[in-house]
Write a protein that binds this ligand. Structure first.
Ligand SMILES: [Zn+2]
Ligand SMILES: [Zn+2]
Length: 340
């Protein structure tokens, strides 16, 4: 089968590798349909992250059709259309027993610790497959993973009706967080970011206010201590600093982004104490949240976030587009089964 093999940095190669066999009797093999490119994979491509070890077939935001099932698999059948929760947890450690599979002591991610879905076929545990509702197509199915990330962040944040919310970083996760908090009935959502076209999408999705960080005046106008909660979905220490400044006394900050660079200046640690802030991390999602995300797909305009779809053979172009951002780009999917 054809697969996109990553050899570190921007070295991506299309290769012919053996089609995966069922790894055990509880596995299924999928014909991969669509797989999104995650911000963390882009970081690896840019050489900014050492979390993945090459050579590797990446890809953890995917949908597919079941083509083979292990002898112990009863709940999934050949032909089923599924989205896959890429977090593989042991099911036995204390974190798993508390339902926090994202913190499993032996957590593994498909596409990071084992071959992922930037390939025509992938072998995955049956319990990680969630059947797609009939009204959800394969493209939308590939968005279950980023939506699950957003859902977990919102569940961590526990917003109340009437809260004022700011979201730093209008990427797919930040925008998904916005769509979710809007359903709760918060007072307002302010989205702050760098990319004009992404801010426009935030506006279209109903943000009460969008502010470009390039516009110093606008940023100053916000003032300090204005939001009940601030989501950091930009993945930078500068955004964490901004969050600490903008959040009200006694407010809540949820850090979803992965900041790879060390802070170059004081981010306002003292204010965390003096403002008595609740600062929460959000990492991945539970198995329950992934199931919920699949069901929420059809109720949110997630599909409008897809700006580009590339065939497998043009994976390099897809990564370059995300890396250079020479044209407006939000969510990029790879289409793995159109033979191109
Ligand atoms: Zn991801
Ligand atoms: Zn575990």
């Amino acid at each position: 089968m054809r697969a996109i093999v990553w050899y570190g940095g921007s070295d991506l190669r299309i290769e012919d590798i053996p089609k995966p066999k069922l790894r055990n009797e509880r596995h299924v093999v999928l014909r991969v349909k669509f797989c999104g490119i995650c911000g963390s994979e882009l970081q690896a491509y840019k050489g900014c992250s050492t979390r993945r070890v090459p050579p590797l077939v990446m890809g953890h935001e995917f949908s597919g059709e079941v083509v083979e099932t292990g002898s112990d698999v009863k709940e999934i059948e050949i032909g089923d259309r599924v989205a896959v929760n890429p977090i593989i947890s042991c099911g036995r450690c204390l974190a798993c027993l508390r339902g926090r599979q994202n913190l499993c002591l032996d957590m593994k991610l498909i596409g990071m610790h084992m071959p992922g879905a930037f390939a025509e076929y992938v072998s995955v545990p049956a319990e990680n497959c969630v059947k797609l509702p009939s009204e959800v197509d394969f493209e939308e199915g590939a968005l279950a993973e980023p939506l699950a990330n957003a859902l977990h962040a919102v569940n961590r944040a526990r917003p109340s009706i009437g809260d004022s919310v700011a979201i730093l970083g209008p990427g797919p996760i930040g925008l998904s967080i916005m769509l979710l908090v809007q359903t709760i009935g918060v007072e307002s959502v302010t989205v702050i970011g760098r990319s004009e076209d992404r801010l426009k999408i935030a506006e279209k999705f109903g943000a009460n206010e969008v502010i470009s960080i390039k516009n110093e005046k606008e940023l100053m106008r916000i003032g300090e201590e204005v939001f009940d909660m601030v989501f950091e979905a930009a993945g930078s220490w500068q955004a964490v600093k901004t969050a600490i400044k903008f959040v009200k006394k006694g407010g809540r900050i949820i850090i979803v982004g992965l900041s790879h660079l060390k802070p170059m200046e004081d981010i306002g640690l003292m204010s965390i104490t003096t403002k008595e802030l609740d600062v929460l991390g959000s990492y991945g999602y539970t198995a329950f949240e992934f199931q919920k995300a699949v069901r929420l797909l059809s109720r949110l305009p997630m599909k409008e976030m897809i700006t580009h779809i590339f065939p497998l053979s043009r994976a390099k172009d897809a990564f370059e587009l995300l890396s250079q951002r020479k044209e407006p780009v939000l969510k990029v999917l790879l289409e793995l089964d159109n033979g191109l």
